[in-house]
Design a binder for this molecule. Structure first.
Ligand code: HEC
Ligand code: HEC
Length: 502
């Protein structure tokens, strides 16, 4: 009897291990591994190095300090060691700056943008087939919770619905594949489209037809390609470089699907071929070309690598999974006291909308509770999505000529996404090009949109500045989270171990 019990226990243990293995083992281990990849300095031998000739030395080698490439943490490093904010970098030339935002609360940003996208789809997709088509007209207003995201109608006749540029218009064909270079929603190849609200970026490049700013995964893959010359080999964001030999492509594509992945074909995604991020954002294969790996040199290096360094699979699918896990579970900045009434009175809250809430049932993110030395994971409970103290409307705005970017090709960028203000006190210099060296200058930089601020008496201005000054980041290791509230609130006041206040 004893022995049979022992045998049963062994079977149960084995089953448990199998199930745990199938579920991707330990999410906290993945989170830590993601953090290491975020901080890792990739070497030239690992495929790092920009493909652009501008960034190569005269002998053709990539220009890397000490033969190593930049890590994500090179820029995102305030607070040091976390996915923080950072320096202002050059943007397409030495004279224009681009400020590095922090990535705290990135999962909540993606999730809120996704909830708004779903609400927009729900307004226009009258036949509920998951796509917007001409048959769904006439369209109602593109307004979600009093925020206007432009219009579903193409009044200016450019072929595209006049939605806010922070909303991507994603065109798909009859089998749900992305239509490359669609000329508008009436393009004969386009079976329908869906809106995807940008969650990331200053919005300098309008989200318009790209999915990159709408979810972490494509943004991460894009950042690795841009900043480190590392191409992610992942069906959700990249596609094999076309090769003349179809057999080469077929074998390379199946070979590239290695690694454990949290990726799932989304049941709710609608169009075939669409994948969903762990938070439910719909994704389509992007434009990062990966190496089919058909022709190799004697030392194994690829001879037809699109980025020319010969290294295959520079980032694997499971690498992306881990960095994504790390960033989507990067804690939200601690919440502060609510803004003073003057913040709403002079119009700040109209764009920097404090809170968002949705009765959204499906939440797959995990949140951590921190003690001094360890973290305990608890899945977020199904329930409404309530995000407090984020301070953005997810729209873009033209705040006036003083902020426009005049590009080398003569085009002018006029609109920028409203940045979330959580964490803003820790992230200077401010505004998209880092021109504002203090928060007062950041507000005055708004021009007419913040005229009410300049006209306030100094004591009232101080109220706003004091409010902004408490929107600070906190190092992750020092930031335990409260678990188990009903409903769970993103951005809840963190509870310090041993803190008597709560
Ligand atoms: C050379 C500096 C630099 C490096 C290195 C860098 N970033 Fe960034 N990051 C930026 C800047 C600047 C932005 C603002 C983007 C824009 O212009 O819209 C940004 C934005 C982001 C955002 C969107 C944040 C938001 O709220 O808008 C994510 C996510 C991100 N980076 C992830 C990464 C990852 C992952 C890596 C490592 C592969 C990385 N970054 C490496 C400078 C950098
Ligand atoms: C019409 C919409 C709008 C209004 C109203 C508005 N903002 Fe902004 N705010 C923005 C946009 C857009 C940006 C980014 C502009 C840029 O970087 O070029 C921004 C940027 C900021 C920043 C800098 C954030 C960063 O990370 O660099 C602060 C601080 C700020 N706003 C505070 C305020 C305050 C305080 C008020 C009220 C006096 C206000 N804003 C009113 C849209 C608005």
């Amino acid at each position: 009897m004893q022995r049979r019990r022992g045998g049963e226990a062994a079977v149960w243990l084995a089953l448990l291990l199998i199930v745990a293995g199938l579920q991707g083992a330990d999410p906290f281990a993945d989170w830590l591994a993601g953090r290491e990849l975020f901080r890792k300095e990739f070497s030239e031998a690992e495929g790092a190095g920009a493909p652009t000739p501008l960034l190569r030395l005269s002998d053709g080698r990539p220009a890397l300090a000490m033969g190593r490439a930049f890590s994500c943490a090179l820029c995102h490093n305030t607070p040091f060691g976390d996915a923080g904010a950072g320096a202002t970098i050059a943007r397409g030339g030495p004279r224009i700056g681009r400020s590095t935002p922090h990535l705290f609360g990135a999962g909540a940003m993606e999730q809120t943008a996704q909830a708004i996208s779903n609400a927009l789809l729900g307004i226009a997709d009258r036949d509920r087939d998951g796509l917007i088509t001409a048959a769904d007209a006439p369209f109602a207003e593109a307004v979600v919770q009093d925020i206007r995201f432009g219009s579903f109608v193409d009044a200016d006749g450019d072929g595209w619905p006049d939605l806010d540029p922070a909303v991507s218009i994603v065109c798909v064909d009859a089998v749900g594949g992305r239509v490359p270079g669609a000329r508008g929603t009436a393009d004969p190849r386009v079976a329908g489209w869906w809106p995807a609200v940008a969650a990331f970026g200053w919005g300098e490049v309008p989200a318009s037809r790209s999915l990159d700013p709408t979810a972490l995964r494509p943004f991460i893959a894009g950042a690795f390609a841009q900043h480190a010359g590392l191409q992610a080999d992942d069906g959700a964001v990249s596609q094999p470089e076309p090769s003349k030999d179809p057999a080469v492509i077929r074998s390379a594509t199946s070979a590239s699907l290695h690694g454990a992945s949290t990726w799932q074909q989304s049941a709710s995604a609608g169009p075939l071929g669409a994948r969903a991020s762990p938070l439910g954002a719909r994704l389509l294969p992007g434009t990062i070309a990966i190496d089919p790996g058909g022709r190799r040199a004697a030392d194994g290096r690829s001879l037809d690598d699109p980025d020319g360094d010969g290294v295959l699979s520079e980032l694997r699918r499971d690498d992306l999974d881990r960095i994504e896990r790390y960033l989507l579970d990067h804690p939200e900045p601690p919440t502060a006291l609510p803004p003073p009434p003057i913040f709403t009175k002079i119009g700040c809250a109209g764009c920097h909308r404090p809170d968002w809430s949705f009765a959204q049932p499906d939440r797959r993110a995990i949140r951590w509770t921190w003690t001094d030395s360890s973290a305990i994971a608890a899945p977020r409970l199904p329930g409404p999505l309530i995000v407090t103290g984020m301070y953005t409307d997810f729209c873009s705005h033209d705040l006036g000529e003083q902020l426009w970017i005049h590009q080398a090709d003569g085009t002018v960028i006029r609109r920028f996404r409203t940045p979330p203000l959580w964490g803003v006190a820790s992230t200077g210099p401010w505004l998209h090009d880092g021109r504002a060296l203090d928060l007062d200058a950041a507000i005055r930089g708004h021009g007419a949109a913040a005229a009410g601020y300049s006209e306030l008496d100094p004591a009232k201005r101080r109220e706003i500045l004091d409010f902004l000054a408490q929107l600070r980041l906190q190092r992750v290791g020092d930031q335990p989270q409260r678990l188990g509230d009903q409903p769970q609130r993103l951005g809840d006041q963190p509870q310090r171990v041993g803190n008597q206040q709560r």
